[in-house]
Design a protein around this ligand. Structure first.
Ligand code: ADP
Ligand code: MG
Length: 396
């Protein structure tokens, strides 16, 4: 890991501003935290700071308040959950910058934990406003970023603040970066990249970057239809990005030049109408009825993908194989998830939806790594240096 971490800096008795990604899903009706894994993911860093007698000042965004105060996006319930998980008292502040917060910070003792109010209550956060960043920095002596899930965004709390304080990575950030760096630069081979999800446009850069690194590319999900169409197949009413056909064709050509096997589904689950309970049919992808939509990969594709993936030592998976939100169309996605969990290979899950599925199926512990950052891991695989990582201190 080329970046400094909390272990490379003296934190004792220091005020540490710790940027975490506590943007947890909330129940729409009750406002309760429906999944606290993002809070749990940062516990090692928080525990380390408490054990090493730092004064811990946590900051995060929650939801999309759009630069104003939204009562049900306050951080208090999250601070409460953190307190339960830590078994320690956690205090909150009414804002994330300003006089009152500064005086509250002055009362902190070694090992105390304070959670600042939602960063995105201020429009300056997402604008990476210099003044706002400076006000955040004024609260602390050291900045630690553990918010991998937000590291692809150049905001005041992820980028701006690092100009004013020594900036290092937390343990979650470190783990995410180490996994991704190994995947990109020195994976155990063969390496396969399995991509799904809705759109080619979302994943084209990832495919372009990864095709130079992988031993095998597999594409399922909605985006497969665009690739099938460029090969001259009928895809009915399936989701197609006509303006991406050229790019898809070029990509297919490049995989040939690089000698990378490129696998598409050989059969598909189709429906006349996308809705729960719609009658389904399994058809070969060479024979998609003109009036139908592809909603999942078929059983033969599942078998083909699994038998190819079985040959690999490292597999990265990003994006569902079908419209998994409708249980009837989730078979492809769920079968791939279960299959990956049985392998003895390195398995890395990126992508918000794919991570959600493996979590919901209780498979997280059987996979090597499930990223906490869908967007950030996507950018990483595109070969982009994440702005929130770039600003951290280099080891040498
Ligand atoms: P991830 O978050 O894992 O990166 P994406 O955001 O790219 O995945 O895509 C997720 C979406 O792709 C899901 O909402 C899913 O319904 C949709 N999807 C998957 N397969 C299809 C398909 N065949 N047709 C339409 N949408 C699809
Ligand atoms: Mg997504």
């Amino acid at each position: 890991m080329p970046k400094k971490t909390v272990e490379d800096i003296e934190v004792k008795d220091k005020k540490v501003l710790l940027r975490v990604d506590f943007n947890v899903p909330l129940n729409i009706n009750t406002g309760a935290i429906s999944d606290d894994s993002r809070i749990r993911a940062s516990l090692p860093t928080i525990k380390y700071l408490v054990d090493h007698k730092a004064k811990v000042i946590l900051c995060s965004h929650l939801g999309r308040p759009g630069g104003k105060v939204i009562e049900n996006l306050r951080m208090a319930p999250i601070a409460q959950r953190l307190s339960q998980l830590m078994g320690l008292p956690v205090s909150t502040a009414a804002d994330c910058i300003g006089r009152k917060v500064e005086s509250k910070v002055r009362t902190l003792k070694e090992g105390d934990i304070l959670v600042l109010e939602n960063l995105r209550f201020h429009p300056e956060e997402e604008a990476d406003d210099t003044n706002f960043a400076r006000k955040l920095a004024r609260l602390a002596d050291i900045y630690v970023n553990d918010a991998f899930g937000t590291a692809h965004r150049a905001h005041a709390s992820t980028v701006g603040v690092a100009k004013y304080l020594p900036a290092v990575a937390g343990f979650l950030m470190k783990k995410e970066l180490e996994v991704m760096e190994k995947l990109l630069h020195n994976p155990e081979r063969p390496l396969a990249c399995l991509i799904g999800g809705a759109k080619v446009s979302d994943k084209i850069e990832l495919l372009q970057n990864m095709l130079r690194k992988v031993d095998m590319l597999l594409v399922g999900g909605g985006m497969a239809a665009t690739f099938l169409k460029t090969q001259g197949y009928e895809v009915g009413h399936s989701l197609i990005e006509d303006d991406k056909l050229g790019l898809a064709k070029k990509l297919l050509q490049e995989t040939k030049e690089w000698g990378v096997p490129f696998l598409l589904p050989i059969d598909a689950v189709v429906v006349e109408e996308i809705r729960a309970g719609a009658p389904t049919r399994v058809v070969p992808t060479t024979n998609i009825p003109s009036g139908s939509h592809i909603v999942d990969i078929g059983p033969q594709s599942i078998e083909l993908f699994c038998s190819e993936l079985r040959k690999c030592r490292t597999i990265t998976w990003n994006g569902p194989m079908g419209i998994y939100e409708i249980p009837q169309f989730a078979q492809g996605t769920r079968s791939i998830a279960s299959f990956l969990s049985t392998l003895n290979a390195t398995t890395i899950i990126g992508g918000g939806s794919s991570a959600e599925v493996v979590q919901e199926m209780g498979l997280t512990d059987k996979l090597t790594h499930v990223s906490t950052g869908g967007g950030a891991s996507l950018r990483f695989l595109e070969g982009v240096t994440l702005p929130g990582v770039k600003v951290l201190l280099d080891k040498k």
